[in-house]
Design a protein around this ligand. Structure first.
Ligand code: PBG
Length: 329
């Protein structure tokens, strides 16, 4: 019988030793909380497929933001949900300074100032009557370049409403370059761009579509990426960095750890990941059934994203986890 000379278990023996050798430790400042603001709502409204997440009123949005900032979260990503009557073919409510997303950005900025990073979803899908991320051509396809013209104005409107950072999420070719030029042209050279660079046509966005009351009938496979492809994500990221992306993001998170890791190895801008609605819903549903330890599953999933290379993670658990971490270390 030969016994081992080298024993990795020595470093797992006590909580103190494990803490000493821990390679990745989450911090509140790297977590970003996505928030939904619904137009014309009298009371905050629970989202069925995302237990614990709300469609906010203007009032409850401000409270949720203040709470997140007090917990130390790194940023807030705002989504606006207009009333159906305010959706149209070109998503014009997204550009309107009085459209629900821009109203919310002004409220957030008034509430939290520069104490966190206010980010805006720069996409038309919540505002179009057909639910696509861009405007449609005569043949019904999404018209890339006509959409870019709108994104340019939408970016300026969001920054003028109070966003510190814009998050183009529509997967149109050239969107980062166009938004950069538009912001620069309007004197907003200092506003940064969080590019949803590698965004996949994913079933894990399902609950989000409830959250924003999406009007989409069909799918987004003509612009979001095929889940089968990895190299294509690197190409998207290289283009976005060349066009001026300040941060690049992968979305969803957990099913795409290989993509996060490959991107981390190739670029020198911060890499972010979006732990999406379906990832959230799976853990919440299993926990509600007593099938999984909720808190451990949440922390493990976020740690896995970080280990893969996500330096910034968007998660619906951001405030809760920030509080947990504060109490833990
Ligand atoms: C598009 C957008 C989507 C999500 C964030 N931004 C949905 C989509 O592309 O269909 C999904 C986020 C989530 O599932 O949590 N504006």
């Amino acid at each position: 019988m030969s016994f081992p000379d080298i024993r990795p278990r020595r470093l797992r023996r006590t909580p103190a030793i494990r803490r000493l050798v821990e390679e990745n430790r989450l911090a509140p400042s790297e977590l970003v909380l996505p928030l939904f603001l619904k137009e014309g709502l009298a009371e905050p409204k629970p989202i069925k497929s995302m237990p614990g997440v709300l469609q906010h009123t203007r009032d409850s949005l401000r409270k949720a933001a203040a709470e997140a900032v007090a917990a130390g979260v790194g940023g807030l990503m705002l989504f606006g949900v207009p009333e159906d009557a305010n959706k149209d073919a070109t998503g014009s409510a997204g550009l309107d300074p009085d459209g629900i997303l821009n109203v919310g950005l002004r409220d957030l900025r008034a509430e939290v100032g520069d104490n966190t990073v206010i980010m805006s979803d720069l996409c038309l899908d919540e505002f179009t009557s057909h639910g696509h991320c861009g405007v449609l051509a005569a043949d019904g396809s999404v018209d890339n370049d006509a959409t870019l013209v709108i994104y340019a104005d939408m970016a300026i409107a969001q920054v003028e409403a109070g966003a510190h950072m814009v998050g183009p999420s529509g997967m149109m070719d050239g969107q980062i370059g166009v938004v950069r030029k538009a912001l620069d042209g309007a004197g907003h050279q200092d506003i940064s761009i969080l590019a949803y660079s590698a965004k996949y046509a994913s079933a894990f966005f399902g609950p989000f579509r409830d959250a924003v009351e999406s009007s989409l009938d069909g799918d987004r496979r003509q612009y979001q990426q095929d889940p089968a492809n990895a190299r294509e994500a690197l190409r998207e990221v290289e283009l976005d960095v060349a066009e001026g992306a300040d941060i690049v993001m992968v979305k969803p998170g957990l099913p795409y750890l290989d993509i996060i890791s490959a991107i981390r190895d190739r670029v020198n801008v911060p890499v972010a990941a979006y732990q999406v609605s379906g990832e959230y819903a799976m853990v919440e549903a299993a926990a509600a059934n007593g099938w999984i330890d909720r808190e451990r599953a949440i922390l493990e999933s976020l740690t896995a994203l970080k280990r893969a290379g996500s330096q910034i993670t968007l998660t619906y658990w951001a405030t809760e986890v920030a509080v947990l971490l504060r109490d833990r270390y």
